[in-house]
Design a protein around this ligand. Structure first.
Ligand code: A2P
Length: 318
């Protein structure tokens, strides 16, 4: 199994099981099946609403001797409603209780956006808190404190651009260890990936298969990545599935990847993508697909009277 290695020698398996959109009734079996099939990396988040079931699955797997805690890499994410320095520890502890763990391998700031405590998704501008009021470095410093306390082994961010990462580094001197971002052939984020590599920030790709089950799929008219002809042709030529090509593409870029599935056969085939090698011409064809097209476009955070704009979210320093 390929891993990404951290400065202290810890290793994160490149392929993890994604759990966004996995329903509580399905994620228990998905996690149990995935770990039995060889996965050692599970990507979670408080806002996904399913950490309790994931915790039950992990606890059973450990109890039954299928896997040891230290063999697993468990990531979770701080929700946007707990960005204040006195809220981070409580949010983390809730996640730890739900996951039935006493530490996380990796904890990420989920979005560079702050909302009022207790809000899941904002419905009006009044639900937001501006980043002037709770600067990202305040949240980042609280994350670092959690790392110093040992309840998280590694700290990172998600959905951050290079300016925001540079800002955190310049204010605190501490480099986020991971940036988890949307990444696939339609959205390759080459500059951001290069920046992260230069700064020693590992990149994890979310929505690597194009998240056909995303909440906005019925109305946003985006193309179906798994049906893209370039991807389909490479897959049929190699005798593998389009999903496996997309996973191999990320891995071959030195990026970890967290395909979500609750279907055993897909969970298994997604994991087996680690053994696929794409030729230089296949990589070139996939590199040629970049359109800068986001499936998760951030408009949730830019509703009327929100302090955020798409420009401030994806390009800005604050
Ligand atoms: P399901 O969970 O029902 O198996 P992403 O990781 O980009 O968010 O994509 C997740 C979506 O892709 C889900 O709808 C998931 O369906 C589907 N999916 C996961 N693995 C595969 C696969 N190997 N082939 C086709 N679809 C897949």
């Amino acid at each position: 199994m390929k891993n990404l290695t951290f400065l202290n020698g810890d290793q994160m398996p490149v392929i993890g099981l994604g759990t966004w959109k996995s329903q509580p009734g399905q994620v228990f079996n998905a996690v149990k099946y995935a770990v039995s099939a060889g996965y050692r990396h599970i990507d979670c988040a408080a806002i996904y609403g399913n950490e309790k079931e994931i915790g039950e699955a992990i606890s059973e797997l450990i109890r039954d001797g299928v896997v040891g805690r230290e063999e697993l890499w468990i990531t979770s994410k701080l929700w946007n409603d707990s960005h204040r320095n006195d809220q981070v520890e409580d949010a983390l502890k809730n996640t730890l209780v739900d996951l039935q763990l006493d530490y996380l391998d990796l904890y990420l700031i989920h979005w560079p956006v702050a909302i009022k405590n207790g809000i899941g998704f904002p419905k009006s501008g009044a639900d937001f808190i501006s980043l002037k009021e709770i600067p990202l470095e305040e949240t980042w410093s609280a994350m670092l404190k959690m790392r110093d306390m040992g309840i998280i082994k590694h700290a990172g961010v998600s959905n951050f651009n290079s300016k925001k990462i540079n800002h955190l580094i310049s204010v605190t001197g501490a480099v986020p260890e991971v940036n988890q971002i949307e990444l696939h052939p339609y959205l390759q984020q080459t500059e951001l990936v290069d920046f992260c590599k230069e700064k020693n920030v590992h990149v994890t790709a979310y929505s690597p298969l194009g998240s056909a089950d995303r909440p906005t799929a019925n109305r946003d008219q985006r193309p179906i990545l798994l049906e893209n002809q370039v991807v389909v042709d490479i897959a049929s030529h190699k005798g593998v599935s389009p999903a496996q090509i997309l996973i191999a593409f990320a891995v071959q870029r030195g990026i970890s990847v967290i395909p979500k599935s609750v279907t055993p056969s897909r969970i298994k085939q997604n994991f087996e993508a680690k053994d696929i090698t794409l030729s230089p011409s296949e990589m070139e064809a996939l590199y040629g697909m970049d359109e800068g097209m986001r499936y998760i476009d951030g408009t949730t955070w830019t509703i009327e009277r929100s302090p955020n704009t798409l420009e401030s979210l994806w390009e800005g320093e604050y």
